[in-house]
Design a protein around this ligand. Structure first.
Ligand code: SF4
Length: 460
């Protein structure tokens, strides 16, 4: 039996180095015990010496490392062993990581998803309260994460509150920022954190200004703000009042949000994408691997909206990289449009599918899912303000126009959009892939290229 001692609950490097050495030496998972802290050498009366790693003999897909980095942060004590079991299996069958029907892969992906949600919740629900210490004001927050995410989230708070002195206390670990250096201390209790002060008004003001009434339509805001966090959050007292004035606030928010960014559109876009990674507005996040957000320059003149990520996009995290994306690239080149200069996104940001055996078959998003995801599309448009927004297919057309339309009726003409800019509707490139008749497919492809050319002209 080999006993592997890791230095901390989130010790990814320690696990990775040990796992690499063990897997290179073909040590079976059943012979390894993963533990925290000092190595208890005599616990099992056996040695725990790791052979030097032989990296050349061990190649694993990048997707596995990405998965492992998230799963290591999960609170399940089995995570190290589960990951090692998959790693050992990948040596013989590297494609196993792509098998969505594999129970171990599914379990680990679900764990990674739970970790990503916890990271998002910490970012969204931490609330600082002001105290004074010898060096001046300090902002202290209490938070109870479900997983070992505090260190992984530290960078986010350092960037967001760079000029504040702050502390985040959690039961497992406390982190402190003095404006220059991050330090760690043992876990704390709720009683160590202040319970209320003048900064509550600041949070209330902030919350009122960022309140999103669209979320209330699906009751998703309350779902995203679990009651277990409410007691730490002064602004929850405002919810009833905010609901009453929601519509006016929405209009004002749209008018002022972009100006308030101080020109940092790229930074705001990154924060938006990070937030979308933890989205639970509709049920689609439960089965897909990840949110697939838009991609492209934030000063793009043209925005292309597809339907939803496909199987490959779901795995890679990038939009428009599957077969339909490749067809799109080809048509863009034939239309003379610089693909690198446009922004591409989807009407719905999670992959909806039906599992059939090992295959995941695309399923069309319904009206409720399109509507729930409109929040992200609207925010992307608000930030980018493209002159031309091209809807690829019926789902995208519904998203950009806010109503069901038929492609044939709307295709190939400029449409004024209520939020500004011009819209354009054409087919989704996956339509071309489904045409069995070669001559018809070529004909439709040529029409698609003409549509793209027309959109480029109309957006000038
Ligand atoms: Fe959120 Fe859209 Fe995903 Fe639904 S599909 S969970 S609204 S990102």
């Amino acid at each position: 039996m080999r006993v592997i001692a890791l230095s901390a609950e989130d010790d990814f490097e320690g696990w990775r180095d040990a796992a690499r050495a063990l897997a290179s030496a073909r040590v079976p998972p059943s012979e390894i015990v993963w533990q925290m802290g000092e190595h208890p050498a005599d616990l099992f009366g056996d040695e725990a010496v790791l052979e030097p790693a032989t990296p050349a003999a061990l190649r694993v897909p990048r997707a596995f490392l990405d998965l492992a980095q998230s799963v290591i942060l999960h609170s399940d004590p089995q995570r190290f062993a589960l990951l090692y079991t998959l790693l050992a299996g990948l040596i013989e069958a590297p494609k196993r990581i792509e098998d969505r029907a594999d129970p171990l892969v599914r379990r680990l992906e679900e764990m990674a998803k739970q970790v990503r949600r916890d990271i998002h919740k910490m970012r969204a629900f931490v609330r600082f309260r002001e105290i004074a210490d010898d060096a001046g004001p300090r902002f202290v927050a209490w938070f109870e994460p479900e997983h070992h995410i505090v260190r992984a989230n530290a960078r986010f708070f350092m960037d967001r509150f760079a000029n504040m002195r702050w502390s985040i206390l959690t039961p497992e670990l406390s982190i402190h920022w003095d404006g220059e250096t991050l330090s760690e201390a043992p876990g704390a209790s709720r009683a160590d954190a202040p319970s209320g002060d003048a900064i509550e008004d600041v949070w209330k003001t902030y919350y009122a200004s960022t309140f999103n009434p669209a979320r209330l339509k699906t009751n998703a805001m309350l779902k995203e703000m679990p009651r277990r966090y409410w007691k730490n959050m002064p602004e929850t007292a405002l919810i009833g009042e905010l609901v009453a004035g929601a519509r006016q606030r929405e209009i004002a928010m749209v008018q002022t949000a972009r100006e308030s960014l101080g020109g940092n559109i790229a930074g705001a876009w990154e924060r938006l994408r990070d937030e979308a990674m933890g989205c639970t507005r509709c049920h689609l996040y439960k089965h897909a691997a990840q949110t697939v957000f838009g991609e492209g320059p934030v000063d793009a003149r043209m925005m292309f909206v597809g339907e939803q990520p496909g199987d490959q996009e779901d795995l890679s995290g990038q939009p428009f990289v599957g077969p339909a994306g490749q067809m799109f690239d080809r048509a863009m080149a034939d239309a003379g449009i610089d693909r690198a200069a446009v922004y591409v996104t989807n009407a719905v940001k999670h992959f909806k599918f039906e599992q059939r055996g090992k295959r995941r078959i695309h399923a069309r998003p319904d009206a409720g899912e399109i509507s729930a995801c409109r929040w992200w599309y609207a925010q992307e448009r608000l930030l980018l303000r493209p002159e031309m927004t091209v809807a690829l297919g019926a789902t995208a057309a519904r998203q950009i126009l806010g109503k069901t339309v038929t492609i044939s009726a709307m295709r190939g003409r400029a449409i004024d959009l209520p939020e500004g800019g011009v819209g354009w509707v054409t087919i989704h490139p996956s339509f071309l892939l489904r045409l069995p008749d070669k001559a018809r497919a070529e004909e439709e492809y040529a029409l698609f290229v003409e549509d793209l050319k027309g959109a480029a002209r109309a957006g000038k």
